[in-house]
Structures are given as structure tokens and as C-alpha cells.
Design a protein around this ligand. Structure first.
Ligand code: CA
Length: 239
């Protein structure tokens, strides 16, 4: 017997799978287990969908049309730390070292039981949540910037800067992902979600204001850099 979990926020899963029988079973089964399911039927669609919105976990088949699962994994990892579970076909040899190198979190082999799959998905989500909690420990310090999360205060070289709510959320998200490119879509989705009403310039306006507050030369930013056509990155602080 499985129960729905209406009280908790449903985790969003991107299922990358080209076999219809699996697509159908996963769509129904995972929904019943409390996941919000989005399907991508080939590798290119997977990357496109991933860059468009936020997912909590990715279930990734290796053998896919248009772009292999490995390439999809590499592409997602270039911008995101989302948990990725690789799904391999029976008899397909899995190169564990390669899998870890490209940043997969876990794997299952077809045919799998839904219960096993769900257990693994919950495990990677739990692990990720524990990691996030470390970041929630009151403050984030990166170079000369310190954010006191509980008090919602931010300091640059010890001097407090005043941030509006969305600016604070945006800077926190960037600081939480040092060295990682965050796409415009992900930044907007995480900071504004469905509240996002402005045109796409709203994000840039907020970035610009953050730069005036934290950069030595806002026009030549060294902390928050632009990745043209993709998004923004918080640069890893040099020692
Ligand atoms: Ca396949």
C-alpha cells in the first residue's frame, strides 16, 4: 500500500526515459509515491527541460536518442548539483568510476522494482537536504562576504549592507553554489518562483544592484560574473 503525501511539498523529478513502458509505469508509480513527474524522451529534451526549471532529482537512462545519458549528466553537472540517479539497461556494463567522475549520485539497473527506485531517490534527496542544512548553519562566509541567515543580515568587510528580500535570496543562492554556473531560469525559479512577474530584466537589475554593493568595481565584477547567454556564477574566492 502506498500513500500520497499531501502535507509535504512534492519533490520534482525529471525522468529521462525513452521506453514507453517505463515512462507509463514511472509516471503513475512516482506520482503515487508523492513525486511531481516531468518526462523527457531524449537527451536533448532532458537538457532543455532541466535548464528551464528547477528539479529536486533526476532519473537518467543511459541509452537515449539524440544525446547519451552520460553527456546529459555532464551537461547538467556543469551547472547544477542536483542529485542524479543513472538507470542502465540489463546487461549494459556500468563503469562505476566513470559514473562517479561525471558526478552521478547513484544507479539502478533495469528491470528494477519501483520500491527500490523510490528508496534510492528518497536517500539521495535526504542526503542533499542534510547537506543543505549545513549551509543553513546561521551563516555563510565567502571571502569578504558574510551572510547571517537567521538574522537576515549581510556584511562586506565587516560593514553591513542593506539587502531587500529578493536580493538577499539571490545572493544567498549564488554564495551557496560557488564556482557553479546558475542559469537564468534556475535563479528566477528559485528566487522568484511563480512570483516572477517582471520581464527577464528583473534578474539583471537585481544582479546589478548586488554588484554595486559587494564589488570593488561593479562594472568589472570579480565576485558575481556573467556567463554570457547562460546565467551567473559566484567565483570561488582565491586564497
Ligand atoms: Ca533507453
Amino acid at each position: 500500500m502506498t500513500k500520497k503525501q499531501p502535507s509535504q511539498q512534492r519533490a520534482k523529478v525529471l525522468v529521462v526515459e525513452d521506453e514507453e513502458s517505463f515512462v507509463d509505469a514511472l509516471t503513475i508509480g512516482l506520482d503515487r509515491e508523492g513525486f511531481d513527474v516531468t518526462i523527457a524522451r531524449d537527451g536533448l529534451e532532458a537538457v532543455t527541460l532541466f535548464n528551464k526549471s528547477h528539479f529536486d532529482v533526476v532519473l537518467l537512462d543511459l541509452m537515449l536518442p539524440k544525446m547519451s545519458g552520460l553527456d546529459v549528466c555532464r551537461s547538467i553537472r556543469a551547472t547544477s548539483g542536483v542529485p542524479i540517479i543513472i538507470v542502465s539497461a540489463k546487461g549494459e556494463e556500468i563503469d562505476m568510476v566513470l559514473m562517479l567522475e561525471i558526478g552521478a549520485d547513484d544507479y539502478v539497473t533495469k528491470p528494477y522494482r519501483l520500491r527500490e527506485l523510490v528508496a534510492r531517490m528518497r536517500a539521495v534527496l535526504r542526503r542533499r537536504r542534510d547537506d543543505d542544512h549545513d549551509d543553513d548553519d546561521e551563516e555563510i562566509v565567502r571571502g569578504n562576504i558574510r551572510m547571517d541567515i537567521d538574522a537576515r543580515r549581510c556584511f562586506v568587510d565587516g560593514d553591513e549592507i542593506k539587502l531587500r528580500k529578493k536580493e538577499f535570496a539571490l545572493l544567498r543562492l549564488l554564495l551557496d553554489n560557488p564556482g557553479r554556473v546558475l542559469t537564468r531560469e534556475v535563479l528566477i525559479d528559485r528566487v522568484w518562483g511563480s512570483d516572477y512577474v517582471g520581464d527577464t530584466k528583473t534578474l539583471d537589475v537585481h544582479i546589478k544592484r548586488l554588484r554595486t554593493l559587494i564589488e570593488d568595481e561593479p562594472k568589472n565584477p570579480t565576485h558575481i560574473t556573467t556567463v554570457r547567454g547562460v546565467g551567473y556564477r559566484y567565483e570561488v574566492t582565491k586564497p
